[in-house]
Design a protein around this ligand. Structure first.
Ligand SMILES: [Zn+2]
Ligand SMILES: [Zn+2]
Length: 163
């Protein structure tokens, strides 16, 4: 029997898509082989025995804690144990929390380099650092919601998704 992995694409960051995926997850997980588990974060890494596609599970309090599975790139198990992949629903919730901040602020690049050593970006006006570093600093000071834990992977980007 052929697998159905190819029928699933990257999870869209909206509740409808994620709820739909939650419903499909039991069937998705059934033929997969468990590679690793993170009991603290309640996450699993799995692999399809037919096509070798890798999958991770995620869950979100605001979605009743239901598990959902999504495609992830192949990864060394020790690396995954150290830092599992980002959970798309957590990324969606983060985007919604960051929305008011991005709505209020516009970032104009200046002609100076970012003040963080080794950073290739240009500093934004009225700040000594680039936009991602500016946001990171505000997060460190507890002035903005923290980025959810997890390793970024395509198609999810370095900045909070638009809500
Ligand atoms: Zn497959
Ligand atoms: Zn920077």
């Amino acid at each position: 029997m052929n697998c159905t992995c190819f029928q699933y694409s990257a999870l869209e960051l909206d509740r409808r898509s994620i709820n739909k995926r939650i419903k499909a997850t039991a069937a998705i997980l059934k033929p997969l082989v468990l590679l690793a588990e993170n009991p603290t974060l309640r996450l699993k890494l799995l692999r399809c025995p037919h096509c070798a596609q890798h999958w991770q599970t995620g869950w979100e309090w605001s979605l009743r804690g239901s598990e959902y599975a999504y495609h992830v790139p192949e990864i060394d198990l020790a690396d995954w144990q150290q830092e599992p992949y980002l959970q798309p629903a957590a990324w969606m919730v983060y985007g919604a929390m960051m929305e008011p901040y991005y709505a209020k602020n516009t970032f104009e690049p200046s002609n100076k380099p970012c003040g963080v050593a080794g950073c290739p970006h240009r500093a934004i006006r009225f700040s000594g650092v680039c936009e991602p570093h500016h946001v990171e600093q505000l997060q460190q000071f507890g002035m903005l919601p923290k980025r959810p834990v997890g390793r970024l992977f395509p198609p999810y980007g370095a900045t909070a998704p638009a809500a």
